[in-house]
Design a protein around this ligand. Structure first.
Ligand SMILES: *[C@@H]1O[C@H](CO)[C@@H](O)[C@H](O)[C@H]1NC(C)=O
Ligand SMILES: *[C@@H]1O[C@H](CO)[C@@H](O)[C@H](O)[C@H]1NC(C)=O
Ligand SMILES: *[C@@H]1O[C@H](CO)[C@@H](O)[C@H](O)[C@H]1NC(C)=O
Length: 380
């Protein structure tokens, strides 16, 4: 039966061809026929792969490629929809998955950038050029209202400034004050080392709580850093002439190039005083206080030091093994110290405070610079 049908078809076709052979058009027509078949096939393939490849259609939603603004959750949802929606036009090809993976990776990178307040690549082994050590206690009755949010802001700022690592000594008194969980993602990222310092927290003393933390850090991890600063979470190092990312490393490199013997550089203390602005509208500590003392407020400097040249740590000047200690010029570097309403007993601004201070908006440049920083604000 099949043979019969086949032979009849062949006969019909042969008759057809014989008709055309006589007219000598066969070759041209045949070539044209093959050409058309090829073109139709090509268009069909293009429709199937091409459109989806360009628009990344997933379950009817369009995820534009090379646009990292859609968040991870969104991408994941689209991805899930694609698994559920297996209707005809869905092409679950490898290159689509690769593109989705790329989009998710972009989103992750975006978040990382966001959190680190700068685009610096993470430290890759070896010694840090610059680290910081912090002794901190976060507690709810703090009148200065320094919370986990302010701690994270300070850490992001240090990273922006060029600090590659921060050793956080957490002197919590009751266990709910512990910052361990809040800092865990920065520990995982390799930016923070968390040290439980609660056994030295109470009763608080400068030598037993604070200086002992700095000394512990120096002895255990001093060798990991060339330079280190010991500062508090309301103290922001600031170079008036250089506010670009990494300014602290440039400052130190400049300073020690000009003065190779220097082992300790101290930053002068400029207080930001007065009633803070509304902290819902101004979530950043450095954006809440804008009145600064005209000159250094007191002799309470804070040190940046070569770890290998320090013998004994203190709060303001460490004892050196070798090298010299120099007070840095206030026009080159200063410590912006966010004290707020402390001197007015946490009350309204007094004429005295207003007279002592001048408006300073220079930090606001730093607030604006980090892209999308506002959306990266950690929850309280
Ligand atoms: C991504 O899409 C958003 C929303 O449509 C748009 O505002 C943004 O400019 C786009 N970004 C890029 C890099 O195309
Ligand atoms: C470091 O030196 C360079 C070149 O002299 C200068 O442009 C830069 O502003 C200096 N940075 C700091 C923070 O002192
Ligand atoms: C701060 O601002 C928020 C939002 O604008 C407002 O709801 C709140 O009442 C303000 N707080 C004070 C103390 O003014």
């Amino acid at each position: 039966m099949m043979k019969l049908q086949l032979s009849r078809r062949v006969t019909v076709a042969c008759g057809f061809f014989r008709l055309f052979r006589r007219r000598k058009y066969l070759r041209w027509l045949f070539a044209l026929f093959v050409f058309i078949v090829l073109i139709i096939g090509h268009i069909k393939v293009g429709r199937e792969y091409g459109n989806n490849f360009v628009e990344l259609k997933f379950g009817g939603q369009v995820v534009p490629p090379k646009n990292a603004t859609s968040n991870i959750k969104g991408s994941m949802e689209n991805h899930q929809n694609s698994k559920v929606d297996r209707t005809g036009r869905m092409f679950y090809k490898e290159h689509l998955l690769i593109n989705t993976a790329k989009t998710i990776q972009n989103d992750l990178n975006e978040q990382q950038r966001c959190l680190s307040w700068c685009n610096k690549s993470p430290h890759k082994g070896g010694q840090y050029f610059l680290s910081a050590v912090l002794l901190v206690r976060i507690y709810s009755s703090d009148l200065a209202k320094l919370s986990t949010r302010e701690l994270l802001q300070w850490l992001y700022y240090l990273r922006y400034a060029g600090f590659e690592h921060v050793y956080v000594y957490d002197a919590y008194v009751s266990s709910h004050e512990s910052q361990k969980n809040a800092l865990e993602f920065l520990v995982t990222e390799g930016f923070v080392s968390y040290v439980d310092w609660s056994h030295n927290a109470s009763p608080y003393s400068v030598t037993g709580t604070q200086e002992s933390a700095y000394q512990d850090c120096l002895e255990k991890w001093g060798h990991q850093s060339k330079w280190q600063a010991s500062i508090d979470i309301d103290e922001y190092p600031f170079c008036p002439q250089d506010t670009k990312p990494n300014f602290m490393q440039r400052f130190i490199a400049n300073f020690s190039r000009e003065l190779p013997d220097v082992s300790q550089i101290t930053m002068q203390n400029f207080l930001f005083l007065g009633t803070p602005l509304n902290d819902t509208q101004h979530p950043f500590l450095i954006d809440r206080l804008k009145r600064r003392t005209r000159g250094p407020s007191n002799a309470l400097v804070k040190p940046i030091y070569k770890t290998s040249h320090v013998k004994l740590t203190h709060v303001h000047h460490h004892d050196l093994r070798s090298g010299i200690s120099v007070d840095a010029n206030q026009n080159k570097i200063r410590l912006n110290h966010y004290w707020g309403a402390r001197l007015q007993n946490w009350g309204e601004d007094t004429p005295d405070i207003l007279a002592k201070t001048t408006e300073d908006n220079t930090m606001q440049e730093n607030c604006k610079k980090p892209p999308k920083l506002r959306s990266c604000l950690p929850a309280k």
